[in-house]
Design a binder for this molecule. Structure first.
Ligand code: C2O
Ligand code: CU
Length: 687
C-alpha cells in the first residue's frame, strides 16, 4: 500500500511535468497567431485543456498526499506540504483565477503575456517539484530549501516576463520560419543539457571525499532540542590532541577496556584469503578468519574480560573487527578511521573488553565493510548469561549469508550450506537455534513440525514469549533471533524462504527426516509478541534530546564521486547527514521514518535501543531492546537509549550497500575527538 501511494505520487509528478510542458508549448503559440482567429482559438483551447488537466493532476497528487498523511502521519508528508505544495498550487491558482478568465481574441497583449508567463511558471513549478522528489528530497523542511526553490520560481516569473514580453513586441505576431524555430530549439536544448551536464560533472567532483577527512562532522550537528554542546574541543579541525588543548577533551584512544588484567577468554583471529567450498560443491574466493567463514565462534560468559588479537595475514585493504551487539568501550569498537586505523597485512591489533550483554551477537570487519563482510570476514559471538546452569540443551548457531561466486552469481546459504542439510537430534532434547542474519537483505525463516518460541532478539531475552506454530520470522540485516523448542519424535524443518528454492536444515531423531517446508504464514510482529514488563523507557518518558530521522531514496544524485541512486537520511548522504550530539546521561529518543522502497536495518554502535512505539502505537508485547532496528517501507519506529557510553559512534543502515551509498551518521558525545581519519591518504574506509 505504502509503495503504491509513493509510486503513484512519482507517476503523477512525472505526468504533470509532461502535461505542463505541452501546455506551455500551446500557450507559447498564442504569440504567433497573427490575424488568424481559428488558430488562436485552437491554441487557446489546447492551453486551457492543458491547464485543467494539470490542475486535476495536482489535485489528485494532493489527495494521494492526504491519504499518506492519514495512514502514515505527518512526518511522511511535511516536505510535500511545505516545499512542494506551494510550487505546484500557487502558479496553478494564478492561472485559473486571474489569467484564464480574462482571455479572449480581443485580449490585449498584456493579458496575453500574463497568461503565457503564468502557464510557463506552472511548468517551472512542476519541474522543480519533480526535481525535489527525485534528486533533492527536503525530508525535513527548512527555510533554506523553501527560499532556494521559492526564489527560483519567483526569478523564473521575472525572466519569463522579459523574454515573452520582448518577443511579443519584436515578432509582431508572426510565427518565425520553421528553420529558425528548429535552430532555436536546438540551441536551447544544447544550453539546457550543457548546463545540466556541467552541473553534474562539477557536483560529482565536489562530492568526492578529500584524501583525508574526519568522520564525525559537526557542521551538521543536531542537538535534538537539547542544549548546544559544541565547543572548541569538538570542532572538526581538531585533528590531534595537542598539549595546549583543553584537558576536558578526550581522545577515543583513551576509551579502552582493561589493559593489564588477565583475560578470561583469549582468541587470536587471522584474517586471510582462502578458497572455501559450499555444500553444493561451489567454490568461493573468500576472505576468512582462521581460514573459515563464518569465522570461529567466539564464546564467553557474561562479565568475562575478552581479549581478541587480530592478525592480518594478507587482506591488502586492511581489516578491523567490530563487535556487533556488544557495547564495548569506544576505543575497542573497531571502526576504521574513527576508533583505529585499519590493520594492514603483517600488522596486528588487540581488542580487550568486558562483555555485559548476554546473548547472540556477531563480529565483522568494519573496514570496507560492504565488501569485507560480503567476502566472509565475520563470525558469531555468543555470550552466555552468568545465571545459566548447564543443561543438556542442544545450542546451535546458524549464520545466513549471501556468497558471490567468482563469476558473479549470488548464492544464499546458512553458514556454507546452500542446499538442504540433515541433522540428528534426540527426541526430547531442548534445542536453541541462534539465527544470525549476516546479510544485507532481510531474511525470512520458517520452522515447521514443532511448536516453538522466539526467546531472544538481538541477544535480548523476551518476556514471556508465546508459543508459535505457523509464524514466519523476518530478520533484518545484522539482526539475530534465538528460537527454542523441544525436539519431537518427528522431523522439524528450518527453512530460509527466498525466491526459488528454499534452503534449510531438517532435524530428526534418526537424522533421515524428510524436509517439509512451511512457506506461508503470518510474519511475527515482534512489537506485539510476549508480555509487557518493567522497562527503562515508555511513552511518557521525558527525553533530553529527540531526533527525527527520515530515510529516503533519491532517484539520482552524486556521492563520493559516483552518480546514481542514493540512500539518504533527512535528505542528505554522509558526510552531510546529521550528527546527533549527546551528553553523558542524556535520555535520547530517535524517531525513524522509512519513506523508501527498501528495508533499513538501523544499527547504533555502542548502545542498545529500546523500542517505544511502532507506527505511532506503543509496543504492546515484551519490552524490546535491540541493536539493529529493521524499519520497513512506510514504518515509523520510536526508539530510546540512555547515553551512557561516551565516544563517537556510528549509527548506520546495516544493509551495508546502503551505508556505502551514504546512509550513515554518527552519535557524538561532547568533548570526544578522534585522531583518526578516513580518505585515500589514510587507508581507512569504514564502509
Ligand atoms: Cu554490524 Cu557498523 O556494524
Ligand atoms: Cu538501508
Amino acid at each position: 500500500m505504502f509503495e503504491f501511494l509513493m509510486g503513484v505520487e512519482f507517476l503523477l509528478l512525472l505526468l504533470l511535468v509532461g502535461v505542463s510542458g505541452a501546455t506551455g508549448y500551446a500557450a507559447n503559440h498564442l504569440k504567433y497567431v497573427g490575424e488568424s482567429e481559428s488558430s488562436f482559438r485552437i491554441w487557446l483551447k489546447a492551453a486551457k485543456v492543458g491547464v485543467y488537466i494539470g490542475t486535476a493532476l495536482i489535485m489528485i497528487w494532493a489527495l494521494d498526499i492526504m491519504i499518506i498523511f492519514v495512514n502514515y502521519g505527518w512526518l511522511f508528508i511535511m516536505d510535500r506540504v511545505l516545499n512542494l505544495l506551494p510550487l505546484l498550487s500557487l502558479p496553478a491558482a494564478i492561472v485559473l483565477i486571474f489569467a484564464l478568465p480574462n482571455l479572449s481574441r480581443e485580449t490585449n497583449k498584456k493579458s496575453l503575456l500574463f497568461f503565457i508567463v503564468s502557464v510557463h511558471v506552472m511548468t517551472v513549478g512542476a519541474v522543480l517539484a519533480f526535481f525535489l522528489v527525485t534528486v533533492d528530497i527536503p525530508a525535513v523542511p527548512n527555510t533554506k530549501d523553501i527560499l532556494i526553490y521559492g526564489g527560483a520560481l519567483i526569478i523564473s516569473v521575472g525572466l519569463l516576463w522579459l523574454y515573452h514580453g520582448r518577443r511579443l513586441k519584436v515578432l509582431e505576431n508572426r510565427l518565425p520560419r520553421i528553420s529558425i524555430r528548429i535552430v532555436r530549439g536546438a540551441v536551447y536544448l544544447i544550453l539546457v543539457f550543457g548546463v545540466a551536464i556541467t552541473g553534474l560533472v562539477i557536483s560529482q567532483k565536489m562530492s568526492e571525499f578529500p584524501d583525508r577527512m574526519n568522520m564525525v562532522h559537526h557542521h551538521t550537528a543536531d542537538f535534538g532540542g537539547g542544549d548546544s554542546i559544541l565547543d572548541e574541543n569538538t570542532n572538526p579541525h581538531h585533528d590531534s590532541h595537542d598539549s595546549n588543548s583543553d584537558s576536558k577533551s578526550i581522545s577515543v584512544v583513551e576509551l579502552k577496556g582493561p589493559q593489564t588484567d588477565i583475560p578470561d577468554k583469549k582468541y587470536v583471529l587471522y584474517a586471510e584469503t582462502k578458497k572455501i567450498r559450499l555444500a553444493s560443491g561451489e567454490s568461493i574466493e573468500a576472505w576468512t578468519f582462521n581460514g573459515q567463514s563464518p569465522g570461529p565462534k567466539l564464546v564467553a560468559n557474561e562479565g568475562d574480560l575478552v581479549e581478541v588479537q587480530l592478525v592480518n595475514k594478507n587482506i591488502d585493504s586492511g581489516v578491523t573487527i567490530h563487535w556487533h551487539g556488544v557495547d564495548v568501550p569506544n576505543g575497542e569498537d573497531g571502526v576504521a578511521g574513527m576508533t583505529q586505523d585499519a590493520v594492514m597485512p603483517g600488522e596486528s591489533y588487540t581488542y580487550r573488553f568486558v562483555v555485559k550483554e548476554a546473548g547472540t551477537h556477531w563480529y565483522h570487519s568494519h573496514q570496507q565493510s560492504s565488501i569485507q563482510v560480503q567476502k566472509g570476514l565475520f563470525g558469531a559471538f555468543i555470550i552466555h548469561p552468568s545465571s545459566q546452569h548447564k543443561t543438556k540443551t542442544m545450542d546451535t548457531t546458524i549464520v545466513a549469508h549471501d556468497w558471490i561466486t567468482p563469476d558473479g552469481r549470488n548464492i544464499p546459504a546458512l553458514d556454507t550450506a546452500d542446499t538442504f542439510q540433515r541433522k540428528m537430534i534426540n527426541s526430547g532434547t531442548p534445542v536453541r537455534l541462534r539465527l544470525v542474519n549476516a546479510d544485507n537483505l532481510t531474511r525470512t525463516f520458517s520452522l515447521n513440525g514443532v511448536p516453538f518460541k522466539v526467546v531472544a532478539i538481538d541477544g535480548y531475552e523476551l518476556n514471556e514469549p508465546g508459543t508459535l506454530t505457523t509464524s514466519l520470522l523476518r530478520i533484518g540485516g545484522g539482526g539475530r533471533y534465538d528460537v527454542e523448542f523441544i525436539m519431537p519424535d518427528t522431523a522439524v524443518t528450518l527453512a530460509m524462504l527466498m525466491e526459488g528454492k528454499p534452503i534449510g536444515i531438517v532435524y530428526s531423531p534418526d537424522g533421515h527426516g524428510k524436509q517439509n517446508v512451511l512457506d506461508e504464514g503470518e510474519i511475527l510482529d515482534i512489537t506485539k509478541y510476549g508480555l509487557p514488563a518493567q522497562a527503562s523507557f515508555n511513552t511518557s518518558t521525558v527525553f533530553d534530546r529527540t531526533f527525527t530521522l527520515i530515510l529516503d531514496q533519491t532517484y539520482f544524485g552524486v556521492y563520493n564521486g559516483e552518480a546514481g541512486q542514493q540512500w539518504v537520511i533527512n535528505g542528505k548522504t554522509f558526510p552531510d547527514t546529521p550528527t546527533l550530539m549527546v551528553k553523558e546521561g542524556d535520555l535520547v529518543k530517535t524517531t525513524f521514518v522509512n519513506r523508501s522502497f527498501a528495508d533499513h536495518p538501523m544499527h547504533l554502535h555502542g548502545h542498545h535501543v529500546q523500542v517505544i512505539s511502532k507506527n505511532g502505537k506503543p509496543i504492546s508485547g515484551s519490552p524490546l531492546v535491540l541493536d539493529t532496528v529493521n524499519i520497513e517501507p512506510g514504518e515509523t519506529f520510536e526508539v530510546a537509549f540512555l547515553a551512557n557510553n561516551p565516544g563517537l559512534w556510528m549509527d548506520h543502515c546495516h544493509n551495508l550497500d546502503h551505508a556505502l551509498r551514504g546512509m550513515t551518521m554518527h552519535v557524538a558525545y561532547e568533548n570526544i575527538y578522534t585522531p583518526f581519519a578516513i580518505g585515500s591518504e589514510t587507508g581507512n574506509s569504514p564502509e
